[in-house]
Design a protein around this ligand. Structure first.
Ligand code: COA
Ligand code: ZN
Length: 310
C-alpha cells in the first residue's frame, strides 16, 4: 500500500440517508451505490440492519444489498447494532459488519437503547456469530471526541474501548465524531494514542462537519498517521438520535483537497461531482458539499469580453 494514500470510505448510503425524512426508493439507493462503486471507492457503507422503527429510512437493507452490482475489490459494509442486525447483515452477504457503540453512556442509551456494557456483551455474541463466515468486523466508538449530552469524553475511556474491541477479536476500529465536536489538536492526540494499539491500515476516522472543522480534523489525523476516513457524497449525514447532528465531511470536498495536495485517493473527482449533483433531486433539498457547486480549481470560467478589451 502506498503509504501516502488516503482511503475514503463512502458512507452516504448509510449515514447520509438514515437522517433523510423523504423516502428514497430502493432502486434509487441501489443506483446511488452502483454509481459510487463506479467512482473508484474501495469501501462503501451500503446500509444498516437496525430496528426499522429506529431508522425507517433504511428499512429496505436486504433489498438494497441484494440489488447492488458488486464490483470486485469493493467492500460493501453494513452497520449493525445487535445480534439480530448482525444475522440480517450476514444473510445479506455484507462483506463487513460495522458494530457501533458510543463512548458516552447517555448517547448509547439514546441511540441503541442500552448501556455500553449491554452493547459490548452483544458484540461478543456477534464475534461468535461471524466466526467461520467470510465477513470482516469493524467496531465504531461513537461520540469519541465529545457527546451532545455529556460534553467532554475522557480520552482514556476511548482508548480502553478500543482495547476492549480488539480483545474481543474485532480487527477494524473507527473513531467517530458524531456531532462534530472534535478539534485538530485533540484529533492528533487521540489518533497518536490509538495508533499505538491499532495499525493505520485498520483505523478509520469518521468526522462530521457540524462545526466546520471536518477537513481540518482530517489533516490533523493524516499528519498523525491515520490513512482511512469516512465521508459522504454531498456532505449528507447525521445521527437522528444526537441533537444538533449534521452532515459527514463531504466526499468530493475531501477528494478535491487530496487532489490539490497531491495525496492519492484512487477516487475520480469528476465522476463524484457528477453523481453528487444528482443528490438534491434525490433527497429533496440542497446539500452542504461545496465542490459540486464551485467546481474544481481547474474548471475555469471564460474571460468576459470587457476584460479581453482592456
Ligand atoms: N433489525 C430489525 N429489527 C430489530 C433489530 C434489528 N437489528 N433489533 C431489534 N429489532 C426489533 C425487535 O425484533 C423488536 O421487534 P417487535 O417490536 O416487532 O417485536 C423491536 O425491534 C424491539 O426490539 P428490542 O431488542 O427491544 O430493541 P429496542 O427497542 O430496545 O432498540 C435497537 C434497540 C438497537 C434495535 C435500536 O435502538 C436500534 O436499531 N438502534 C439503531 C439506531 C441507529 O441506527 N442509529 C444511527 C446509526 S449509529
Ligand atoms: Zn456519522
Amino acid at each position: 500500500m502506498n503509504d501516502e494514500r488516503l482511503l475514503v470510505q463512502e458512507v452516504a448510503p448509510r449515514d447520509g440517508l438514515q437522517i433523510e425524512s423523504k423516502w428514497v426508493e430502493t432502486a434509487d439507493k441501489i443506483a446511488l451505490i452502483d454509481g459510487l462503486s463506479a467512482c473508484g471507492f474501495t469501501r462503501i457503507e451500503a446500509g444498516s440492519f437496525v430496528s426499522p422503527k429506529a431508522i425507517p429510512a433504511l428499512r429496505d437493507g436486504e433489498s438494497v444489498f441484494k440489488g447492488i452490482e458488486r464490483q470486485e475489490g469493493v467492500i460493501y459494509v453494513a452497520l449493525v447494532p445487535n445480534v439480530k442486525g448482525a444475522q440480517r447483515a450476514l444473510d445479506a452477504n455484507a462483506d463487513e459488519l460495522n458494530l457501533v457503540m458510543s463512548a458516552s453512556q447517555t448517547h448509547n442509551r439514546a441511540n441503541m437503547r442500552m448501556s455500553c456494557e449491554a452493547s459490548l456483551e452483544g458484540f461478543g455474541d456477534i464475534v461468535a456469530l461471524a466466526q467461520g463466515t467470510k465477513a470482516m468486523l469493524n467496531a465504531t466508538v461513537a461520540t469519541a471526541f465529545g457527546c451532545p449530552f455529556e460534553g467532554h469524553i475522557d480520552e482514556d475511556r476511548v482508548v480502553s474501548i478500543v482495547r476492549a474491541y480488539r480483545e474481543l477479536g474485532i480487527d477494524g476500529i473507527t473513531l467517530a465524531d458524531t456531532t462534530g465536536m472534535a478539534n485538530p489538536r485533540q484529533v492528533a492526540r487521540l489518533v497518536t494514542r490509538v495508533l499505538e494499539q491499532v495499525p493505520a491500515s485498520a483505523l478509520t476516522l469518521h468526522f462530521h462537519n457540524t462545526r466546520g472543522l471536518g477537513l481540518a480534523n482530517v489533516l490533523a489525523a493524516y499528519n498523525a498517521g491515520a490513512r482511512r476516513f469516512d465521508a459522504a457524497l454531498g456532505g449528507l449525514g447525521g445521527c437522528p438520535f444526537a441533537p444538533g447532528a449534521s452532515g459527514n465531511i463531504c466526499s468530493e470536498d475531501l477528494v478535491n483537497m487530496c487532489d490539490e495536495m497531491g495525496i492519492p485517493t484512487g477516487v475520480d473527482l469528476q465522476k463524484l461531482i457528477t453523481l453528487s449533483r444528482t443528490l438534491p433531486a434525490l433527497v429533496g433539498h440542497d446539500v452542504p458539499g461545496q465542490i459540486a457547486k464551485a467546481g474544481r480549481n481547474c474548471d475555469l470560467h471564460p474571460v468576459p469580453d470587457y476584460v479581453r478589451a482592456i
